[in-house]
Design a protein around this ligand. Structure first.
Ligand SMILES: [Zn+2]
Length: 128
C-alpha cells in the first residue's frame, strides 16, 4: 500500500498547496504586467512631464510606483493643485447633492419621536 493511500489527507493537502502556489504565481505575473503597464503610462516625456496625468512634473503616480514618494508626501504634493470636477463634466444633468448640514437642519418628526422613545420621554403625536 502506498503512502498516499495510507495518508489521503496529506496527499490532498499537498495537491491543494501545489494548486494554490500555481494560482499565486499566475496572479503575481498578472500584477507584474499591470504594474509595467501603469509605469509605462506615467513614464515622463522628454520635458519630464507625465503624458497621462497632464499635470506639472514630476508625476506623483510615477513617484509612488518607484517608491520615491510616500503616500502622505503624494497627498501633500497634489493638495493645492486645481482639481477637475469630473461629475460636472461627465454627468451635467446630475442633481446637486445636498450638504450634510442642510440635511441635518431639516425637521424630522419621526427621528424626534425615535429619540424621545429612546430616552423615555413622551412626545405629542403629529397634528396631521
Ligand atoms: Zn502620471
Amino acid at each position: 500500500m502506498s503512502a498516499a493511500a495510507d495518508f489521503p489527507i496529506f496527499a490532498t493537502m499537498v495537491t491543494d498547496l501545489l494548486d494554490s502556489r500555481s494560482l499565486a504565481e499566475q496572479r503575481a505575473e498578472e500584477l507584474d504586467r499591470l504594474l509595467a503597464e501603469v509605469e509605462a503610462l506615467h513614464e515622463p516625456d522628454s520635458n519630464g512631464d507625465c503624458p497621462t496625468c497632464l499635470t506639472e512634473a514630476p508625476c506623483v503616480t510615477f513617484g509612488l510606483l518607484h517608491r520615491d514618494l510616500t503616500f502622505e508626501r503624494a497627498c501633500v504634493n497634489v493638495r493645492d493643485r486645481t482639481t477637475v470636477d469630473l461629475t460636472a463634466i461627465e454627468q451635467p444633468d446630475r442633481p446637486v447633492v445636498p450638504r450634510l448640514a442642510a440635511l441635518l437642519a431639516t425637521p424630522n418628526p419621526a427621528m424626534d419621536r425615535a429619540f424621545a422613545a429612546l430616552i423615555g420621554k413622551s412626545v405629542d403625536p403629529p397634528n396631521d
